[in-house]
Write a protein that binds this ligand. Structure first.
Ligand SMILES: C[S@@+](CC[C@H](N)C(=O)[O-])C[C@H]1O[C@@H](n2cnc3c(N)ncnc32)[C@H](O)[C@@H]1O
Length: 177
């Protein structure tokens, strides 16, 4: 009994350590790992009418909760792109565990990624990073691509804004190129 409790405590300790280590690593890459709240997901994605041809990308996908949620709820392909190796391994493990065939994860810097296949792109990133992505969107994304920015407006895309969800603590902004 005592050994079982010790093992559980050790596992909790390892999980906490991995969580804080992954936050630290993401921080070093410029954007900390702060996940979108699960309870906001239905509200955010009720704004989008997905069809079976849509391909969802989360740029900086953290623990992968958005790709898993989208693939399961809408049965479409959902891609997560993440620099942090710990979070990437966690996503691969969860994919294996849940046998989710529609999700795909890349351990990559999203600035070096081909965004053409994406029809819906999700961002929860600092404003300066989002603004740096703007030229990439304009150059590579086809007309009609939907861009969702959670937390921060994309000032340069103001004229293409189609909706806004004024939630707390983070609002969500929707654009269509
Ligand atoms: C605020 S978290 C958002 C996580 C997830 N999208 C969500 O909403 O739950 C931002 C994530 O972006 C990742 N990230 C930051 N810069 C990146 C880059 N250039 N390429 C790939 N991932 C990046 C960080 O490691 C972090 O996990």
């Amino acid at each position: 009994m005592v050994i079982a409790i010790q093992i559980i405590l050790l596992l909790i300790l390892i999980a906490c350590w991995l969580y804080f280590a992954s936050m630290l690593i993401s921080d070093l890459f410029g954007v900390p790992f702060v996940p979108t709240r699960n309870k906001s997901l239905d509200q955010i994605f009720d704004f989008i009418e997905f069809n079976q041809k849509d391909v969802f990308y989360d740029l900086g996908s953290g623990d992968g909760r958005l790709p898993f949620y989208i693939a399961k709820k809408y049965n479409i392909k959902a891609v997560g792109v993440e620099l942090n190796p710990l979070l990437h391994v966690f996503c691969l493990f969860k994919k294996w565990l849940t046998k989710s065939e529609k999700v795909q994860f890349y351990r990559r810097n999203f600035f070096n990624l081909d965004l053409k296949p994406a029809t819906v792109i999700y961002l929860f990133l600092f404003p300066e990073v989002v603004e740096k992505l703007y030229p990439k969107f304009m150059k590579h994304c086809p007309r009609g691509t939907v861009i969702i920015s959670h937390g921060f407006k994309i000032k340069k895309l103001e004229s293409k804004k189609v909706a806004e969800l004024p939630n707390k603590p983070f609002a969500t902004y929707f654009y269509r190129l």
